[in-house]
Design a protein around this ligand. Structure first.
Ligand code: ZN
Length: 1037
């Protein structure tokens, strides 16, 4: 390797003249990078405090703080293989039995132990309120500095216990779980002196463990991450859930940077964290994507602090600029830290999974430019990192901590501890919680089912130990807790619910009770202020709350009344529909006083002086019967109003409520719809079921071109596909669709094997290419696909080789009530540039990694329409999707039949039409549909050899949109080909049918939309139902 590097150095030394580019070289920044260092996240969050050594101790500050301690003899600072590592750990356990405990978190694929050494004053037990901290090394088998650093750290903690004050204090006040190697099998395949190779990176099954965790966006998963979790990761996931870990670092190598969540983002792109980022070369590209949702976690500021804490106490990691400059692929970082996706995106990583699924906060540290250094490099690496590890782990003892109890002094497990900016933390079995927080004042809300939540303020001082704050929660509905005013929820959208009369007041009280017990769960984006008996004294509290909407609950016949001036009314609010929904929920009531219509009510509402709020009166009947139902209805209306308010004001794309509020009252409607569809299918009156690989297709219609695939790729759009099939099959409604069913063939794919549980705004649908390759495998005549998705309110046409994508897109939009009136998409008012209602895509837009493999996809020639028909936050019901889209679908499919159907050709023949540059091949059976606009067209059919076979004119009009032309081929070849293809079809039909199973048993179909925090549903233990746990692995499709 050395001579080669020498040569290389010569070449690049012209770029970085006079710089020492050895592995020990310092980091050097360009002027531009130095400028950027003054605008990055660290500066934005901490300003000049980034230079404050109390916030961020340097290597020297830490040296002084830790003081003298016994370090490890430098002759022992070298690489340790599995046996040597095990011996090191056993020696510590034997020599320091009072402060160590050695256990294994599980076994590796080849049966090696995943050792964990605990170092703490009471190593074998969890002491109440003592923080559990951990470090994981060597997850990538050939990235070994972390493995060694963990061994050394364990030893200095032991060696100096009772000798050095600083280190003794850590051991007394925290419990360290130190895992030197998460991938001992990979390690044994690596080699010392490896700077950048992948030798030994993966585990023994050749799976990259840091790509193998369940992922939030399964379609971003790389093939290197395998499919099911590897046993190392299963062991680690169990481990992470068996201790209440507070803070962790995962030590890697190959660069020098502290990396924090998220590693993956909605769009799955690289380098999209913030406007300012690490790589100048990617700046321009990123500027274009700046409006995309950044992969910020709720704890972004805290993660920046934690990461810089590590970087700053390193001798040089904290520096801005180029590091690992040995080769052209050296990395540039600003201030030595980076958001994961801001560097490059990664699905299935450990830190993201942990952040979403446990209380623990973890960062990933790249420890140096050599993944597997030689022994002689180790002393210097340890010197560089020793204080970083301590400075970082010290942070595990900060923030706020305490016990949650109820009035009877019972500890409250599973209480939610939430803060203004940061993820929720869940209290332990013993009612403990730890919440790390950046310096400053924070509002902390503690809530638990069945108990009134409570909020307190805590001030976090840099450099100080955690503030102890215990909290006692009162029970819901306790007489002692009856209040004149309740706050429920912590969302950004503020809605007040109040009453002036007794029956209304009882309903508001009941809503307070239901939202406390958890029997009614309000939307997470909403905060409710509930005032059962509105008085003048409470006016001040109400106006301080500054609600965007006020619901005035009253006795009276079931109806709504708006008091607002019209500009306060949400654009989407539809009184008639709201009243209809209300009646559906509460039923008709007998005539009684309509208090809302009395002028004194109007005066009292006026008197609230809420000039900006949408004021809606809701009368709920003339008695206090069915209070629970009434309260739940009011709560549901509050959620709906929130949806409508958001739609008016939001500046991001993930919004649009249902156009049919009534659907919100009948979430079971979807189940009915799909049940009906299944029953219909089972009679098989009009569909042919076809199983191909893991995919199931339902064919319907004329059995001749054009063939349109209708694929629901998300859980939320499945019901729509079923309802559509059901309607198209139903003898009562079938005739409405004869224009489509008599002239074309529909291929439904109502579910895909790895259904998307999450909502996306699609920048690409390339990841679905493999799926459509499969569809073409099953039905080779396919030339068009309609993809049913959500994540927006818009249509995208893809490819357009047959020249109808745009016109079908326009037809679709023109027939969609929510899309037709606006140029920008309904969910994205803030970003008109990127969010047109209609836009073209190509398969290669934002091409996925797969496409770099150079693999040809049959689907490359497929034209597609991506219809995004619901926004991300609209998650309450999707039963309305079909009714909202039926006219669009029908019109688009009728538009699909406009053109000429060629039949009777042979394989290899091509067709071209006057205006078309590209000639199209005939598909299976020598058939193809050529879409054409109205008018007269000249069609030319050529033989496989390119000679003219037939030439004719066709006239297309609204009256006769579909023309058919038989192009006779008098060839013996033709007969053979036809017989062969008939045989093939018969065989396929026979074999494929072997795999047809009952539709009713369809995977997860009746299990609802269960999703585990939006992550893939991968249980820690294998379930009996294999399908249920499959990962969306495109390579497998
Ligand atoms: Zn790594």
């Amino acid at each position: 390797m050395r001579p080669l590097f020498g040569l290389f150095l010569l070449v690049i030394s012209t770029t970085w003249a006079q710089q020492d580019l050895s592995w020990k070289a310092d980091i050097f920044a360009s002027e531009r990078e130095n400028e950027m260092a003054e605008q990055d996240a660290l500066t934005r969050y901490f300003g000049n405090d980034k230079k404050n050594t109390t916030f961020f101790p340097t290597w020297d500050t830490m040296k002084a703080k830790v003081g003298d301690f016994i370090n490890i003899n430098s002759t022992r600072l070298k690489n340790h293989n599995y046996n040597e590592m095990t011996a090191w750990l056993r020696a510590l356990r034997l020599n320091y039995p009072n402060i160590t405990h050695l256990y294994s978190a599980g076994k590796s694929t080849e049966g090696r132990e995943l050792w964990v050494l605990i170092v703490s004053d009471k190593p074998k037990e969890h002491e109440l309120l003592e923080a559990e901290l951990k470090i994981v090394g060597n997850m990538h088998g050939n990235e070994v500095v972390g493995r060694e650093a963990v061994l050394y750290l364990a030893e200095i903690l032991c060696l100096n216990y009772g000798r050095n004050k600083y280190l003794t204090d850590l051991v007394d006040n925290a419990r360290f779980h130190l895992m030197p190697s998460m991938n001992p099998d990979g390690y044994e395949k690596g080699f010392a002196g490896d700077r950048i190779s992948a030798m030994g990176r993966a585990n023994a099954n050749d799976v990259d463990l840091n790509r193998n965790f369940p992922t939030k966006y399964p379609e971003h998963r790389e093939s290197s991450g395998g499919s099911d979790p590897e046993i190392e990761n299963i062991a680690v996931m169990k481990w992470l859930q068996s201790y209440p870990f507070v803070l962790s670092t995962n030590l890697h190598g190959g660069s020098l940077v502290a990396n924090y969540p998220y590693d993956d983002s909605v769009t799955g792109q690289d380098g999209i964290y913030t406007a300012v980022s690490f790589d100048l070369k990617k700046r321009i590209a990123r500027d274009r994507t700046r409006t995309r949702k950044p992969p910020l976690s709720a704890d972004d500021k805290l993660f920046v602090e934690l990461s810089y804490r590590y970087a700053r106490a390193h001798t040089k990691m904290w520096k801005t600029g180029r590091r690992c400059g040995l080769s052209a692929d050296g990395d540039n970082f600003i201030n030595g830290i980076t958001n994961g996706a801001g560097w490059y995106h990664l699905a299935g990583g450990m830190q993201d999974w942990q952040y979403e699924n446990t209380n623990c906060l973890e960062i990933t540290v790249e420890m140096g430019c050599f993944k597997f250094p030689t022994d002689d490099m180790m002393p210097k690496l340890w010197e560089e990192h020793q204080y970083s590890l301590l400075s970082f782990m010290e942070m595990g003892l900060t923030g706020v901590t305490g016990l949650v109890t109820d009035r009877n002094n019972n500890t409250v497990a599973n209480a939610t501890i939430s803060v203004d900016t940061g993820k929720d933390i869940i209290s332990t079995e013993s009612g403990e919680y730890w919440r790390l927080l950046p310096p400053g004042d924070h509002q902390v809300t503690v809530s638990a089912r069945g108990l009134e939540s409570d909020t307190f303020t805590v001030t976090v001082v840099p450099g100080a130990r955690a503030v102890r704050h215990d909290i006692t929660l009162l029970a819901c509905g306790d007489n002692e807790t009856k209040s004149e005013l309740y706050i429920r929820g912590r969302g950004k959208n503020l809605i007040a619910v109040l009453s002036f009369d007794e029956i209304g007041g009882e309903a508001v009280d009941e809503l307070a009770r239901l939202t406390c017990t958890g029997d009614f769960v309000i939307d997470k984006d909403v905060s409710l202020m509930l005032i059962p008996n509105m008085t003048n004294e409470l006016k001040g509290r109400l106006s301080d709350f500054d609600p965007a909407a006020v619901l005035i609950i009253s006795e009276g016949i079931v109806e709504t009344v708006t008091f607002s001036v019209s500009e306060n009314e949400p654009r989407l609010f539809d009184k008639a529909k709201m009243d209809e929904s209300l009646l559906k929920a509460l039923g008709n009531s007998i005539e009684c006083d309509r208090k809302l219509l009395e002028s004194k009510t109007a005066l009292r509402v006026d008197d609230l002086q809420l000039k900006k709020a949408f004021e809606l009166g809701i009368s709920i009947g003339c008695d206090a019967k069915d209070l629970q139902k009434k309260a739940a209805t009011i709560g549901t209306i509050a959620d709906m109003i929130k949806n409508e308010l958001i739609k008016d004001s939001v500046s991001e794309f993930s919004v649009v409520p249902s156009a049919h509020p009534g659907d919100h009252f009948t979430p079971d409607q979807m189940i009915l719809v799909t049940n009906a569809a299944v029953a219909e299918l089972q009679r098989k009156e009009c569909v042919q079921e076809l199983t191909h690989g893991a995919n199931k297709f339902y064919l319907m219609g004329a059995g001749k071109p054009p063939y349109t695939l209708i694929a629901a790729v998300e859980k939320r759009t499945e019901a729509m596909a079923y309802e559509m099939m059901s309607t198209y099959c139903n003898p009562d409604t079938k005739s409405q669709f004869s224009d489509i069913l008599d002239k074309s063939t529909l291929v439904f794919m109502p579910e895909i094997p790895h259904t998307q549980l999450n909502c996306h705004d699609y920048d690409t649908i390339s990841p679905f290419k493999l799926l459509f390759d499969e569809a073409i495998g099953a039905v080779p005549e396919l030339d068009f696909v309609i993809v049913l998705a959500t994540g927006g309110m818009k249509v995208r046409y893809i490819n357009d080789t047959i020249g109808i994508g745009k016109s079908i897109a326009e037809t679709y939009r023109a027939n969609h009530d929510l899309m037709k009136s606006t140029e920008s998409e309904g969910c994205a008012k803030g970003f008109p540039n990127e969010k047109e209602a209609i836009r073209a895509f190509s398969w290669n837009d934002n091409a996925s990694r797969m496409d770099k493999s150079g693999v040809d996809h049959p689907a490359d020639n497929l034209d597609a329409l991506l219809v995004q028909i619901g926004c991300c936050y609209e998650n309450m019901a999707s039963g309305h999707l079909y009714s909202e889209n039926q006219r669009s679908m029908k019109s688009a499919l009728i538009e699909r039949t406009r053109g000429v159907r060629i039949i009777g050709g042979i394989d290899g023949m091509t067709v071209s039409v006057d205006h078309m540059h590209k000639s199209l091949p005939l598909l299976r059976g020598g058939r193809r549909f050529i879409p054409l606009p109205n008018g007269e067209h000249l069609v030319k059919v050529r033989t496989p050899g390119g000679q003219m076979h037939a030439q004719f004119a066709v006239v297309i009009s609204d009256k006769h949109p579909t023309s058919e032309k038989f192009i006779g081929v008098q060839s013996s070849n033709m007969v053979i080909i036809t017989i062969a293809s008939i045989l093939m079809i018969v065989c396929c039909t026979f074999m494929c049918r072997q795999r047809v199973t009952s539709v009713l048993n369809r995977r997860g179909f009746f299990n609802g939309i269960g999703s585990n925090h939006g992550f893939e549903r991968i249980p820690l233990y294998k379930s009996d139902d294999e399908d249920e746990d499959e990962v969306f692995d495109l390579q497998k499709l």
